[in-house]
Each structure stands twice: as structure tokens, then as C-alpha cells.
Design a protein around this ligand. Sequence first.
Ligand code: ZN
Length: 114
Amino acid sequence: MAIKARFRIYELIEMGINEVKKGNVERGRDYVKLAIEYAKKGSIKIPREYKRKYCRNCFVPLVIGITESRRVKSKILIRRCMECNWIRRYDLRGLSKESEGISLDAKDRQKRSK
Ligand SMILES: [Zn+2]
């Protein structure tokens, strides 16, 4: 039962992202809200990996170039929600837990290795 609910939450977040990619930002946000509601009801913790996929302020799924802008400044990744201007910074020097698994855009990575 719990496994099923968890799967449903992940699925809803992914569906929300797909809606944003199709241009349906509001529908995408509805999916995320639903996922959060499910999580609350089932006392399920949404993993960090999935929490990063939506704005924690306005719940819009974050898709780079559509609802999210990313910048890297002195090894700090700055993610901004283009819907509500919510900003979150990730230290890319690998010291903070928040930056775990966050990767730079392929372009930035190339720049860095050269
Ligand atoms: Zn937002």
C-alpha cells in the first residue's frame, strides 16, 4: 500500500513536469500539489531528489528554460523559479548535502573541465 502511494507521488511529479514541457504550467502545478497532498495523507516523505523538481514556494514543476533559470556563480548554483522568483542556492563544492546529485548543465561542465 505504502509502496503504491509512493509510486503515485513520483508519477504525479513526473506528469507535472511533462505538462510544463507541453506548456501547461498551471496543470503541472496542480499535479505537484496533488503529489504533496498524497504525501501528507500517507505521511510519506518526498525524497530530496523529487523535491528539487518543483518550486517549494509556488509548487510549479521546475523545467529549465520554462519555469526555472539556472546560473552558476563562483561555484554556487543559483536556481530561480520564473513563476514566483523564488531563489535557491546550491554550493557545488560538494560540501553541502543539498548539492548532492545536482549536476551542472552539460555546457557548464564542458567549460569547467577545460
Ligand atoms: Zn515558484
